[in-house]
Design a protein around this ligand. Structure first.
Ligand SMILES: Cc1cc2nc3c(=O)[nH]c(=O)nc-3n(C[C@H](O)[C@H](O)[C@H](O)COP(=O)(O)OP(=O)(O)OC[C@H]3O[C@@H](n4cnc5c(N)ncnc54)[C@H](O)[C@@H]3O)c2cc1C
Length: 430
């Protein structure tokens, strides 16, 4: 019977190495370096490249990919165990070659790209030489892709793209963006949209501004304008009309990878909460002695463990089915659960730190914003809950007649009928 919560010794040793390496060598970089996606930054080259080499030597580079693409082919469960370490640090995913959105972009070029596209865009992306961006959301509505209006029209031997995209993360440092555009407005959106690779610097592609989150005046989320942006036919990614299927492949992996990294963030907040509980004194002793503190700690631990098991089980299902479509409900459930556990644990940790907790001297405010973003990026929570509910309800039939199948008098009557002879016999013998 295969039902096991153990990690094999060999991989556990790698995880232990990654844990110490991230704590000692990578987390400090978060405090001194700028944007992990700015590959041209000389400090990045000086400080990050040597660490990337160590990761390669350990065989932990680009673990989200199969061996044919320079990854390890470890599968999602092992990736989850690694990501729940890497998620602690802003720079760690880049040091380990599995940072979003490049990881998702690499995945779809690997799946759907031509040999030429793989050579030109995928290879340097996998080597960590360049960054990329994914340009899907539009300013007038992102949760529903059927409303997108960015248009790509055939023109001679190429395509011309016009429209606006919103929150194309890291576009400012991207060597190319992958844009989703309507190619046939006369059919359903599910068949009428296509993906294109647009190299940075293509005439007509401009960044209107880099939108920040929270208090950032300038951020990393590109508001992009496409004005007669001409790309050759070879830049079509996958089939014409195939954008929806490609997006699902991309977002399926992206969502679960975010969840894996979120476990790390939530645990980080939990550790800080516990340290505070045993350190901060009140007239009754440390905070840890107070029942309401204990409740916060117990609730947080239980919620983290529940979430982690859901993530790991979903990762296991992806490995088993090797098809995101078969695991859509489970990934949607993970996506819906993620912002709540993230928010609730961080909020408690922040609260136990008092004024210090809400100050800019602790990371909680940023983490809370991160929790909020997790409830929106890759689709809002409501949409994912709808997916979960719809898929679950497929397994149910309406009841015939007035009473539900759990109606006790009806069930009792049926049971009495079924066992009537035996019950009468028992009564006769009394
Ligand atoms: C940090 C971050 C990074 C991002 N990175 C990228 C990126 O790299 N590339 C990219 O293309 N996009 C990116 N996005 C955009 C993201 O995918 C969209 O924000 C998301 O799909 C929601 O779209 P919207 O913001 O237009 O919200 P809207 O569609 O306006 O929705 C707003 C709210 O309305 C409600 N709502 C909407 N639709 C429904 C529904 N069907 N049922 C119930 N309630 C509903 C929800 O409460 C929702 O939060 C990013 C977003 C964030 C926050």
């Amino acid at each position: 019977m295969a039902w096991d919560f153990e990690t094999d010794t060999e991989y556990q040793e790698l995880l232990d190495w990654a844990d110490a390496f991230v704590r000692d060598e990578v987390e400090p970089l978060d405090l001194v370096l700028g944007d992990p996606y700015d590959k041209a930054d000389p400090s990045f080259r000086r400080l990050v490249r040597p660490l990337q080499r160590q990761v390669r030597e350990r065989g932990l580079w680009a673990c989200h990919l199969g061996p044919d693409l320079g990854g390890q082919g470890y599968g999602q469960v092992r990736l989850a165990l690694l990501n729940e370490i890497l998620g602690r640090s802003r720079f760690a995913p880049s040091v380990f070659g599995c940072q979003a959105p490049d990881s998702g972009n690499a995945e779809i070029i690997a799946h759907f790209g031509t040999e030429e596209q793989k050579k030109r865009y995928l290879a340097p992306l996998l080597d960590g030489e360049i960054s990329s961006s994914y340009s899907m959301t539009e300013p007038h509505g992102g949760a529903d892709p059927t409303l997108f209006t960015t248009r790509a029209e055939r023109d001679g031997d190429g395509w011309v793209v016009n429209g606006e995209k919103w929150f194309s993360s890291n576009a400012r440092h991207a060597a190319f963006v992958i844009v989703m555009a309507v190619t046939d407005p006369d059919v359903s959106a599910y068949e009428g949209m296509s993906m294109f690779i647009v190299p940075a610097g293509t005439p007509g592609l401009t960044i209107v501004r880099n939108v920040g989150v929270g208090g950032e005046r300038e951020g990393s989320h590109g508001y992009l304008r496409y004005e007669d942006v001409r790309v050759p036919a070879d830049n079509l990614l996958g089939e014409e009309g195939g954008a929806f299927a490609i997006a699902q492949t991309r977002l399926g992996g992206g969502r679960i990878h975010h969840a894996m990294r979120t476990i790390a963030q939530v645990r980080k907040a939990f550790d800080m909460m516990c340290e505070r509980a045993v350190s901060r004194q009140t007239r009754y002793g440390p905070l840890a002695k107070l029942q309401m503190t204990q409740e916060k700690i117990a609730d947080s631990w239980i919620e983290i463990e529940q979430f982690r098991l859901l993530v790991l089980h979903t990762a296991w299902l992806i490995d088993k089915h090797q098809d995101y479509r078969k695991v859509r409900k489970d990934i949607a459930a993970v996506k819906a659960a993620m912002p709540k556990v993230f928010h609730d644990v961080v909020q408690r940790a922040m609260h136990l730190h008092g004024a210090l907790g809400v100050s800019g001297e602790m990371p909680f405010a940023k983490m809370l914003l991160g929790a909020q973003a997790m409830g929106i990026a890759d689709g809002p929570t409501e949409v994912h809950k709808i997916t979960v509910a719809r898929r679950l309800l497929r397994d149910y039939e309406p009841v015939e007649g007035l009473w539900p199948s759990g109606h006790l008098p009806t069930r009792r009557e049926a049971a009495r009928e079924r066992y009537a002879a035996a019950l009468e016999h028992a009564l006769g013998n009394e």
